[in-house]
Write a protein that binds this ligand. Structure first.
Ligand SMILES: NC(=O)C1=CN([C@@H]2O[C@H](COP(=O)(O)OP(=O)(O)OC[C@H]3O[C@@H](n4cnc5c(N)ncnc54)[C@H](OP(=O)(O)O)[C@@H]3O)[C@@H](O)[C@H]2O)C=CC1
Ligand SMILES: Cc1cn([C@H]2C[C@H](O)[C@@H](COP(=O)(O)OP(=O)(O)O[C@H]3O[C@@H](C)C(=O)[C@@H](O)[C@H]3O)O2)c(=O)[nH]c1=O
Length: 288
């Protein structure tokens, strides 16, 4: 199979490059310089000319705070460009695997979010990601949408790297404890996507939830990152309204993963085990 990966220089895109190394399929990796997904003609051409059967869309506008002041660009990348990919998939009988977010939920129910729950995003990023999901469904292409949460990896910008830096530099830090979810190692998500592709289960269309196992607040996550990184920093819990931000975030966005596990036979690692792996990886990279 010919598989097109967009946004290949991001966190998930880099992990897709790793999993592709052990595949007999032909992966084509692109980021904005090779294929700008907002360019419909270029997308249609790339999919047709390369006889693409699967598109894995790892491209997105992921700056949650900035999106509040840049709705147009966020919508262009997270929604309109996604429609381009969906149309290209439909016209070439390909399957679109697309990644969405826990931020499509309001997060006001203290029980894990299921795929069929009502969505009600609180900010522009979540609104545009939800619009992208709807565009795919409206287009009618074969698709698998995977909502994930709190993604981190050794690549790019993420909470783990931010906290490693802050806890190394500062004596004390405040981190919100009233936003609860599950961190997700991008490598584990890439493994799940690879399993769906490599085991021929692309026909099982729909929306799925994937994160690591377990539950924590950003405060707990920060504490664990600090400890595993060998840093000493006095991390204090604070409420969301004590941490200045333009955007409201869900208070409880733990994802229920029953559907993806049962449908595809995917095993999901515990968040602390995966965090250890990532921090080991980061330490090895720094030591090079
Ligand atoms: N990060 C997170 O915490 C979470 C992410 N997600 C979703 O998971 C997916 C992967 O996220 P993640 O790996 O963190 O994202 P990143 O921000 O790490 O990577 C996104 C990549 O897309 C590229 N890109 C941006 N615009 C375009 C464009 N027009 N055409 C082609 N490529 C483009 C970016 O390039 P450049 O850097 O040059 O802009 C970047 O390389 C996204 O759909 C995201 O919404 C879901 C939940 C949590
Ligand atoms: C740096 C910092 C952040 N925070 C808070 C802000 C926020 O509520 C929380 C996490 O910070 P972030 O900047 O990682 O938040 P954010 O960018 O909103 O993270 C989200 O990104 C998008 C792309 C997603 O799809 C989501 O699943 C989620 O991962 O921690 C503190 O309380 N103290 C701090 O020192």
């Amino acid at each position: 199979m010919n598989i097109l990966v967009t946004g290949a220089n991001g966190q998930l895109g880099n992990e897709m490059q790793r999993v592709a190394k052990t595949s007999s399929n032909h992966y084509i990796f692109t980021d904005v310089a090779q294929l700008d997904i907002t360019d419909r003609e270029a997308v249609l051409r790339a999919v047709k000319d390369n006889s693409i059967q699967v598109i894995v869309n790892c491209a997105a506008y992921t700056n949650v705070d900035k999106a509040e002041d840049d709705r147009e660009t966020a919508d262009l990348i997270n929604n309109k460009a996604v429609e381009n990919l969906a149309i290209a998939a439909r016209e070439n009988d390909a399957t679109l695997i697309h990644i969405s977010t826990d931020y499509v939920f309001k997060g006001d129910r203290c029980t894990p979010c299921r795929e069929d729950w009502e969505t009600d995003p609180l900010g522009v990023y979540g609104i545009t990601k939800l619009a992208g999901e709807k565009s795919i469904e409206r287009t009618g292409c074969r698709h698998i949408i995977i909502r994930t949460a709190w993604l981190y990896s050794p690549f790019g910008k993420n909470f783990v790297k931010t906290m490693q830096k802050l806890t190394a530099e500062k004596d004390s830090l405040r981190v919100v404890f009233d936003q609860v979810g599950t961190p997700t190692y991008a490598g584990d998500l890439a493994d799940a996507i690879a399993r769906i592709i490599e085991t021929g289960q692309l026909g099982k269309q729909g929306i799925y939830h994937f994160s690591n196992e377990g539950v924590c607040s950003w405060y707990d996550f920060a504490r664990e990152i600090c400890e595993l990184s060998g840093n000493t920093c006095n991390i204090q819990p604070c409420h969301s309204d004590e941490f200045p931000s333009k955007v409201k975030r869900p208070h409880f966005s733990v994802l229920d993963k029953t559907k993806i596990k049962d449908t595809f036979g995917i095993e999901v690692p515990y968040w602390k085990d995966s965090l250890k792996k990532c921090i080991r990886e980061l330490a090895a990279n720094n030591g090079q």
